[in-house]
Design a protein. Structure first.
Length: 294
């Protein structure tokens, strides 16, 4: 029998970030040493569990803050990337960590979902880090929150990054009808998949892989279908956890984030993102920058 193939979003107790973005609740928060030690223990336990499983597993770290500035996250990425049953290990990051900390990662499985935060870094500093990733052969997407005040930076990023780097834009959806037609045209010209993010996807009753082949895990091992439906479906550290996974339809009205709606069956976004659904790199952008690719 072929091993099942899972996509897991891991979000441990970490809640701090070294940046202070005004649109984020985790800005400038700090964890104590004891809290970070606990976060590292949870992460290591999760890695041990992944190593023990027969399934083919893809992981995206989606912390409530910035994980990659911590050595234990960098080490977890490297360790997971070499496991034979891991088809992808990716992390959401502000890219402020040293790229050389990933030098031992397996390039075929490692990827990053990087986000440019306009008030916290500069275009030259950020794109220099992207160049380091390319030189190191680490696949990555780059993204920005599409607020109006970021438009100049978005254009500048598109000019500064090579064509093969996908630049995604997260639509600003907290204000209704935020964009003019002209602005939508400009944003679509930069991110050809912007329209998928610009609208909430009606999801109630629609088939979704979340809870079947995709699920989220927290530091205690508690599993939920996705980050948007709070009910537990099981705990990965309990025997026979896999029996909690089954085909399901969505139980809430709409799905608004890439990390959720990519699992809605009818959107067929796997045909756009293929194996790089987690790190958000469309097939048409999969850059091949050398070292270890393939
Ligand atoms: S980098 Fe991310 S987690 Fe940190 S403050 Fe900005 S948005 Fe929040
Ligand atoms: S459609 Fe979105 S909210 Fe609904 S189950 Fe899937 S991921 Fe969760």
């Amino acid at each position: 029998m072929t091993a099942a193939r899972w996509s897991i979003l891991y979000r441990g107790p970490l809640s701090s970030c070294n940046y202070g973005c005004d649109y984020c609740p985790f800005a400038k928060t700090r964890n104590t040493k004891a809290e970070l030690k606990h976060d590292a223990e949870c992460l290591n336990r999760f890695c041990d569990w992944v190593a023990s499983r027969p399934e083919q597993i893809g992981i995206l770290f989606t912390p409530w803050g910035e994980g990659m500035i911590h050595r234990y996250y960098q080490e977890a990425m490297c360790r997971l990337s070499h496991l034979p049953n891991v088809w992808r290990v990716a992390a959401q990051t502000n890219l402020s960590f040293p790229v050389e900390s990933l030098q031992d990662c397996h390039r075929k499985t490692t990827a990053l979902w990087t986000t440019y935060h306009p008030t916290e870094t500069t275009i030259p500093r950020f794109t220099a880090k992207c160049a380091e990733l390319r030189d190191a052969g680490i696949r990555h997407s780059v993204g920005v929150v599409g607020k109006r005040e970021a438009f100049d930076d978005i254009r500048a990023l598109r000019t500064a990054l090579p064509e093969e780097t996908y630049l995604w834009i997260n639509a600003w959806k907290r204000e209704k009808d935020y964009y003019t037609e002209e602005e939508l045209h400009m944003l679509r010209g930069i991110d050809p998949h912007f329209d998928f993010n610009a609208v909430p996807h009606p999801s109630l009753g629609r088939a979704c892989r979340a809870g079947e082949s995709a699920f989220t895990v927290d530091g205690a091992g508690d599993a939920r279908r996705c980050h948007f439906i709070p009910g537990l479906i099981g705990n990965i550290y309990q025997p026979d956890f896999e029996q909690a996974l089954q085909p399901r339809s969505c139980s809430i009205a709409e799905c608004r984030c890439h990390i959720g709606y990519v699992h809605l069956e009818h959107l067929r976004l796997d045909s756009i993102f293929g194996e790089s659904l987690l790190e958000r790199i469309p097939l048409s952008f999969g850059f091949s920058s050398g070292a270890g690719e393939g």
